[in-house]
Design a binder for this molecule. Structure first.
Ligand code: SAM
Ligand code: SF4
Length: 440
């Protein structure tokens, strides 16, 4: 149907969005559209957007305008502009004013309809705006292209947590969990297609199944996966684990499994109990520390990742020190850090954004330094350790990843993409890890 048209797809934001874009790509290709060789030559420009921070919105608006203008100049006729995702969902009216030439504006719910809408708009050149309510549809899955090693498998959609700073519950709707049978079926396909690593995705993955009234459904799911796939050449990860919903049983299941990888992404956000309460996170500093240290004790080689926000309204130096203390004690292997950005519709936006930009920037610098020091200390544990690595391509280069999600430079040129091998970890300057291959 779409044979006559080429498209280019751009994705902003989190893994969930990347996974949704894989699905979108699949839908367009299935309907006969082709991928444009060069963006400026595409008949259809599709942008899957993010609205988590104001910076992401401004960046997306800049990129969209630039690419649209370039394509217009190059082709002489305007390309069809399609906007979807969280930014569209949040800023509907504003976007129609800022980008009046948008052809199709839709949010996070109507991906299946997009190829048809694009065909209709190619024919009549009329603008279409479509925002449906969240539905319990579970069609969405990553389009698994040949030759790839890793893929995503979304297992929940939406979020009900309403952390006071976050737009996600407003842009994606309440949590909907994918039925276990569907997940097992998709995992089988992933294995049969030759993938070696899959990441189960959810905004709060360990609250899987709460929406069908079972608070321990995530453990049941992991057990079901373990029973069905034990011994398969597949690594399975899950992100993001909310510290409030992290249970010791989940850690024990990972400890005993050969399928589930010991990487826990456990966003701290802040260390001060007062700020955590204002953020509506549902845990305290000591509860967070207790869980992180439990992981360290039960699975000593496990890696822990985190997200931290600095400069939340009213955050004092004393509050910030609490964050630093947690960072020093846990020694995170992976961390994403942000300065607080007030978002429309959220509870925190009612508070005065009273931490000056300058202070936010300084705190971010201090935090990065303390994170780095903790990481370097933690490397002493990993140095000299035997580890299994999976080789994959990143920007054309072959690199390795351990089960614990640590990036490793590979010394052995004979390793091929998708291959597992055993290495000894060594630490190179700048804290980079190098994997020296062990004899078979
Ligand atoms: N669901 C995950 C969680 O609970 O951590 C991740 C959600 S969000 C897409 C990714 C990260 O963006 C959050 O963990 C948080 O650190 C950051 N973030 C979200 N809203 C923010 C805001 N208003 N300002 C700064 N950072 C924000
Ligand atoms: Fe946003 Fe909190 Fe939901 Fe994560 S858990 S998506 S931070 S509301």
């Amino acid at each position: 149907m779409g044979e006559k048209f080429s498209f280019a797809l751009y994705t902003f934001g989190c893994q969930m969005n990347k996974s949704r874009s894989e699905h979108l790509l699949y839908l367009f290709l299935q309907d006969g559209f082709s991928q444009a060789g060069r963006v400026e030559e595409a008949d259809v420009l599709v942008f899957n957007t993010c609205a988590v921070r104001e910076h992401a919105v401004q960046r997306a608006l800049g990129v969209i305008t630039n690419l649209y203008q370039n394509a217009l100049r190059r082709r002489g006729i305007p390309p069809l502009l399609v906007l979807c995702g969280c930014m569209s969902e949040l800023l509907r009216e504003e976007l129609l004013k800022k980008l009046p030439y948008v052809s199709i504006l839709t949010g996070t719910q109507d991906f299946e309809a997009l190829p048809r809408l694009v065909l209709e708009a190619c024919a009549d050149r009329r603008q279409r705006v479509l925002f449906s309510s969240p539905s319990p549809h579970f069609l969405e899955r990553g389009y698994r292209r040949e030759g790839r090693v890793s893929t995503y498998l979304p297992i929940t959609f939406g979020c009900d947590n309403f952390c006071s700073y976050c737009v996600v519950p407003y842009t994606t709707g309440p949590q909907r969990s994918k039925p276990k049978e569907l997940i097992l079926g998709e995992l089988l396909e992933i294995l049969q297609e030759g993938f070696r690593e899959v990441t189960l995705l959810g905004q709060n993955v360990n609250s899987y199944g709460k929406d069908f009234g079972n608070p321990c459904a995530f453990e049941n799911l992991l057990l079901g996966i373990e029973e069905s796939f034990r011994g398969a050449p597949l690594w399975i990860r899950f992100i993001t684990s909310h510290p409030r919903d992290m249970r010791r049983e989940i850690v024990e299941l990972v400890r005993e499994s050969t399928l589930f990888c010991p990487y826990f992404h456990l966003p701290l956000q802040a260390g001060s109990d007062r700020i955590l309460a204002l953020m509506n996170r549902g845990y305290t500093k000591s509860q967070y520390l207790e869980m992180a240290l439990f992981i360290r004790e039960r699975i000593p080689e496990a890696a822990i990742g985190t997200d931290v926000i600095v400069g939340f309204p009213t955050e004092s130096d004393r509050d910030f020190e609490d964050t630093l203390e947690v960072v020093q004690r846990v020694e995170f292997e992976i961390a994403y850090t942000y300065t607080y950005s007030p978002r429309p519709r959220t509870k925190a936006a009612e508070l005065k954004d009273d931490v000056p930009q300058e202070v936010k920037r300084e705190r971010l610098e201090v935090l990065s330094k303390v994170l780095k020091e903790g990481y370097i200390r933690r490397l002493r544990y990993h140095e000299g350790r035997k580890a299994e690595v999976l080789a994959f391509r990143e920007d054309g280069k072959l690199v390795g990843k351990t089960r614990e999600n640590l990036r490793v430079l590979l010394e052995d040129a004979r390793v091929e993409e998708g291959q597992f091998s055993k290495v000894v970890l060594e630490v190179a300057p700048e804290g980079k890890l190098v994997g020296c291959r062990l004899p078979e």
